[in-house]
Design a protein around this ligand. Structure first.
Ligand SMILES: Cc1cc2nc3c(=O)[nH]c(=O)nc-3n(C[C@H](O)[C@H](O)[C@H](O)COP(=O)(O)O)c2cc1C
Length: 203
């Protein structure tokens, strides 16, 4: 998958926070791109942030294999492209499915591979799945990201039985409720992104 840029066709506003939308499902017949594309389309409507998509398929992401004894990864050990991508972001939206009550293993590897590039940055969640809509995966993620010194924000978007909610073109059949939810999520995320971006240099 390419890495579309939500600002394509318009000038990115100077100074607005950079939001990295992480697509964390990598399997062959995945539904994830439909959800991530919708997130990117909503992000493109906003002038107070600038979004970029990171598809974990596009990064070399082996199972976590760093030879360190603790969560603090030294910069020279970080996977270079992934570290560069995460470091350049002020905030994150993790788009995650739910597999057996949890989130994808590749996403855990992507989180564990870095430490400082995640620190003191907000993260929001868009989840999808069957009956639970990925909410249990997100509950687990909230615990994990705190150890990476990230700030998980309250507002999120949940797609229960996601495949039924989108049509063949990838458009939501009934967008109103989800549009409201994603706007609230972006509002929160941008607030935290600006607050923490101002505060980070002081630490
Ligand atoms: C191995 C596996 C386990 C799953 N477990 C759950 C689950 O615990 N809860 C849920 O709501 N959906 C579950 N599902 C449904 C997936 O969330 C759904 O198929 C989703 O589209 C997967 O995302 P993907 O297609 O982008 O990989 C599971 C699917 C798979 C393949």
């Amino acid at each position: 998958m390419n890495m579309p840029d939500a600002s394509e066709g318009r000038r990115p506003s100077e100074g607005v926070p950079e939001v990295l939308v992480i697509l964390s499902s990598t399997r062959e017949s995945r539904f994830g791109p439909t959800v991530a594309d919708w997130v990117m389309s909503r992000a493109a409507e906003r002038t107070d942030m600038h979004a970029r998509l990171a598809d974990l398929r596009d990064f070399e992401m082996p199972y976590y294999n760093l030879d360190v004894n603790g969560p603090r990864v030294e910069p020279e050990m970080e996977p270079r492209e992934w570290a560069k991508t995460v470091r350049s972001a002020d905030a994150f939206v993790i788009v995650t499915p739910e597999y057996n009550y949890g989130y994808p293993a590749v996403l855990k590897s992507a989180l564990d591979a870095l430490y400082r590039p995640w620190n003191r940055k907000p993260v929001a969640f868009v989840s999808y799945g069957g009956w639970s809509g990925g909410t249990r995966a997100v509950q687990q993620l909230r615990q994990v990201v705190v150890e990476l010194q990230m700030a998980p924000i309250r507002s999120s978007v949940v797609f229960q039985f996601a495949r039924r909610l989108f049509d063949e073109e990838g458009h939501l059949r009934e967008p109103e409720m989800f549009d409201t939810a994603v706007e609230a999520m972006f509002d929160d995320l941008v607030w935290w992104a600006n607050a923490l971006r101002d505060a980070r240099p002081r630490t």
